[in-house]
Design a protein around this ligand. Structure first.
Ligand SMILES: [Zn+2]
Length: 317
């Protein structure tokens, strides 16, 4: 009985925390004020996608990249460098997927890189990795790809994630609510002395790290200052936010007709996160909407890899 009550209380607190986050976000950003970016060549908006590499294999993502390349859409592919080294991870877990340690996959990634896709970091591997291996992985990334990753996206519950869990929030009442609701605090990539510490390596080598994700399609309207530096999180050079396209439903909801209509109206930026291993949804979506995207909605009005796009945003900081 007591356990049930505690669980109910924890759920209630989690709900209050989420509602408070939503309300504060709304209050902070209403009325909408965001910079109108002068995109290159008079283009009206920018759209890009970051592919979370969880469960990716050549077999399940190559068709998506072939399709994107045909459409001239050069997006960001995150990768892992090292194979998962935990034997008990269940098949089908998001910690699995091919990595640069696989020769064929390495060739596939290099081909994408040569075609103009941005290759970014999703951490050393799909599970928690200690400092010496993270350093090794970053070195191998440079050796194989030719440069350090411009962009890093934290993965799931990897302990070396930078400013993850409760550390994603700055506002202390939200942090308390988050923890009371059962949120995690055990991410220590940014904590000097931790066995997972690599903040100094990130600061030296990585330009951009993704933090919060929103439901709104206009990422820049929600977070007009991005990319931004947060002095309370000194081991990340620049943060950026993203719009949620984390599964088929969210992706299609984000790119609904109503939302896409706003593309031209608001001259916006969409920074969508979507795992391409869920290829059937995306491929069908792209095929069905190719005409719309290249025609009315001007999907190809201005598309560059996010590292270049973020650089452009940085110019005005
Ligand atoms: Zn992931």
């Amino acid at each position: 009985m007591l356990v049930t009550r505690r669980r109910r209380l924890a759920s209630l607190l989690a709900l209050i925390a989420l509602s408070a986050i939503g309300a504060l976000t709304t209050l902070c950003f209403l009325p909408p004020k965001y910079p109108r970016i002068a995109w290159p060549d008079g283009k009206e908006f920018a759209f890009t996608i970051v592919d979370d590499t969880d469960k990716s294999t050549i077999e399940n993502i190559k068709p998506v990249y072939d399709c994107l390349y045909e459409l001239g859409i050069l997006t960001t592919k995150t990768i892992w460098v090292l194979q998962t080294n935990e034997p008990n991870i269940p098949e089908g877990s998001s910690s699995h997927g091919q990595t640069l340690s696989d020769r064929d996959y390495r060739s596939f990634i290099l081909e994408l890189h040569n075609k103009g896709f941005e290759i970014a970091s999703h951490g050393a591997r799909g599970v928690s990795t200690k400092r010496f291996e993270t350093e090794d992985a970053i070195g191998r990334f440079k050796q194989i790809i030719g440069h350090y990753p411009h962009t890093h996206i934290n993965h799931g519950s990897n302990r070396e994630n930078l400013y993850w869990g409760v550390s994603r929030l700055d506002f202390w009442p939200l942090r308390i609510l988050y923890l009371l609701g059962g949120g995690e605090r055990d991410y220590t990539g940014h904590i000097h002395g931790s066995e997972y510490w690599w903040g100094d390596v990130a600061l030296r080598n990585i330009a951009y790290v993704r933090n919060l994700t929103y439901e709104d399609i206009n990422t820049l309207k929600i977070n007009p200052s991005m990319p931004y530096h947060n002095p309370r999180k000194p081991y990340v050079n620049w943060w950026f936010s993203s719009s949620n396209g984390s599964d088929a439903q969210a992706f299609n909801r984000l790119l609904s007709k109503k939302n896409v209509d706003r593309l031209e109206r608001e001259k916006m930026l969409v920074y969508c996160i979507h795992p391409f291993c869920k290829r059937f949804c995306l491929r069908r979506f792209l095929e069905h909407n190719h005409k719309a995207f290249t025609g009315r909605f001007g999907f190809q009005k201005w598309l560059v890899c996010p590292c270049k796009r973020n650089s452009r945003l940085s110019e005005r900081v």
